[in-house]
Design a protein around this ligand. Structure first.
Ligand SMILES: *[C@@H]1O[C@H](CO)[C@@H](O)[C@H](O)[C@H]1NC(C)=O
Ligand SMILES: *[C@@H]1O[C@H](CO)[C@@H](O)[C@H](O)[C@H]1NC(C)=O
Ligand SMILES: *[C@@H]1O[C@H](CO)[C@@H](O)[C@H](O)[C@H]1NC(C)=O
Ligand SMILES: *[C@@H]1O[C@H](CO)[C@@H](O)[C@H](O)[C@H]1NC(C)=O
Length: 503
């Protein structure tokens, strides 16, 4: 009863649009259905927050000039009781990483001036799905330029177009990239939900550092068509949101077969459970789950850090909730897997990038650059004018020097498959694990080379107030189990606090 009263109070305050309270998708749906808030009010609220917070945080790159129009349309459809207005993401504002193509007034540039003014042939596959689900495209989010595939010296969360994104918890801390803007923006409540992309760590790391939830889906579960690529073998698109349930609603809307990313999405669509993903948002999801703990090297923290205690406490919580922890497991050849040069990951991504980015650039209706070679010339010419962007482009140059998938690349692909089979897969199967638990996002190369899914959930804060997530990962298609575990963990721990903008 008290809970109901509090919900009503929250909804009333939304309707008067002291909307400072963070709202989840289910709260918003309820508020919509009681006419306590309209999509227009919601968009106006977020636009106000962006105006107020974004000059410092730099999470949002562009706001959609049509967002209010889309909100009004959603409000009209709801008033007319159009069936689709009761389901999906109807009337919910979504922010997209600037690598995700939209055929509208927004630019799609990967944060680079090189692609400013380019025109995409169509919406990205996941954007078509978002529009079908009734979502409002609020805008584009900042990122590490080119999803951090230009130079190893590039600052995390920086792009020439978007500037340096800031961590809303501790402004001097990294927001982590490359999907920094989506994580910053949902953390600071500048939008309801957001979407990022990951090749190796780009969803999980920003989610961890900004105390939000990130889902890295199995490669192919979500279409990559129309997304500025790095490596088709590793790339995936996934939600970054404040809660597990928000992230699952978004996942539900964007998974599935896409003709324009046919091979991967067809193969992965068999993982989509009948009845969808929201059925796994249930209490008690931790009970009976077998979870492997890989301490070496993931549970190693700097001297004096409180994080060792934070994670011991969270492991204790898992045990207390009926999880069976299999402690001190090891992944065979982990040193090799975590070294992208040794595993073959660098060889494969560098070669695939050239092919994939050239294909992307050629598909554009209009573009200032038409090839990786054009991008390199552009960066050479303009990249050094602003001091902050003169950190080089050695990954681009290495990629340009490749010549397709030849013997070296084929050997690297074979090596990654072998490392995965003998490493993560073998450990999972031999120990009959439902999932693996590790702090932060440092396990990401293991997941990258295997195409495996993971969910990062807020786990705690270090002595300075910088957030860290807990990462639950599993074999391909294990999203239902990972959702049960993540939701169960989130519900009992309730770690996430609103950001405090510490200096
Ligand atoms: C897209 O970029 C152009 C510059 O080429 C700019 O004029 C326009 O405002 C941008 N669109 C949005 C929605 O910000
Ligand atoms: C951690 O710091 C303490 C006190 O400064 C020191 O005694 C100890 O050797 C350090 N341990 C490591 C592993 O650096
Ligand atoms: C990573 O592997 C490469 C090639 O196998 C090797 O030369 C390099 O020293 C390794 N790096 C580290 C940090 O171990
Ligand atoms: C660029 O570098 C020059 C010389 O080091 C310096 O004077 C100037 O302030 C810098 N500009 C910016 C925008 O950092």
């Amino acid at each position: 009863m008290l809970a109901l009263f509090l919900v009503l109070l929250a909804l009333l305050s939304l309707s008067n649009c002291h909307c400072h309270k963070e709202a989840t998708i289910s709260e918003l749906r309820l508020a919509f259905s009681h006419n306590r808030v309209s999509s227009r009010q919601l968009v106006e609220f977020y636009l106000g927050e962006i105006k107020k917070l974004n000059p410092v945080l730099k999470g949002v790159l562009e706001v959609n000039p049509d967002a209010l129009y889309q909100a009004d349309r959603a409000d009209r459809e709801r008033a007319a009781k159009v069936p689709r207005s009761l389901v999906g993401l109807h009337g919910i504002p979504v922010l997209l990483k600037d690598t995700i193509g939209t055929k509208d007034k927004l630019n799609t540039t990967g944060g680079s001036f090189a692609l400013l003014g380019s025109i995409v042939p169509r919406d990205a596959g996941i954007v078509s799905r978002l529009r079908k689900a009734g979502a409002i495209i609020l805008g584009k989010a900042t990122l590490s330029e080119w999803s951090n595939f230009r130079s190893l010296n590039a600052p995390s969360g920086f792009s020439p177009r978007g500037g340096q994104g800031k961590n809303p918890y501790v402004l001097s801390a990294t927001p982590c990239g490359s999907s920094s803007g989506p994580a910053i923006s949902v953390a600071a409540n500048m939008v309801a939900v957001s979407i990022g992309t990951e090749t190796d760590g780009s969803i999980l790391c920003p989610a961890s550092f900004n105390s939000v939830v990130g889902i890295k889906p199995t490669v192919g579960l979500t279409s990559r068509a129309g997304v500025i690529p790095i490596s088709p073998s590793l790339d995936t698109v996934g939600p970054i949101c404040r809660t597990v349930s928000d992230a699952v609603y978004v996942l539900e809307a964007i998974v599935g077969f896409d003709y324009n990313d046919a091979e991967a999405t067809k193969k992965a669509s068999r993982y989509i459970p009948y009845g969808g993903y929201t059925q796994f948002l249930k209490p008690g999801g931790l009970k009976g789950k077998r979870i492997g703990v890989i301490r070496n090297p993931f549970f190693v923290f700097s001297n004096g850090s409180n994080l060792a205690q934070v994670f011991e406490k969270q492991l204790q919580t898992l045990r207390h909730e009926g999880t069976i922890l299999i402690d001190n497991l090891e992944i065979t050849n982990l040193d090799t897997i975590l070294n992208v040069t040794a595993s073959g990951e660098a060889v494969v991504t560098i070669a695939e990038f050239k092919i994939a980015i050239n294909t992307y650039l050629k598909s554009l209706i209009k573009s200032p650059v038409r090839s990786l070679s054009d991008i390199i010339s552009f960066t050479q010419k303009f990249g050094d004018i602003e001091n902050i962007t003169n950190f080089g482009q050695e990954i681009f140059l290495a990629s340009q020097a490749t010549n397709g998938i030849r013997d070296l690349e084929k050997a690297a692909i074979t090596n990654m498959a072998r490392l995965t089979r003998d490493g993560y897969e073998k450990m999972m199967l031999e120990n009959r694990l439902d999932a693996v638990v590790t702090p932060g996002a440092n396990i990401s190369p293991v997941l990258a080379i295997g195409g495996f899914p993971a969910i990062s959930v807020p786990a705690g804060y270090d002595n300075k107030g910088v957030p860290i997530g807990i990462c639950f990962s599993g074999l391909k298609g294990s999203e239902p189990t990972l959702i049960e575990i993540s939701y169960g963990f989130e519900q009992v721990t309730n770690v996430r606090k609103v950001p405090t903008f510490l200096h």
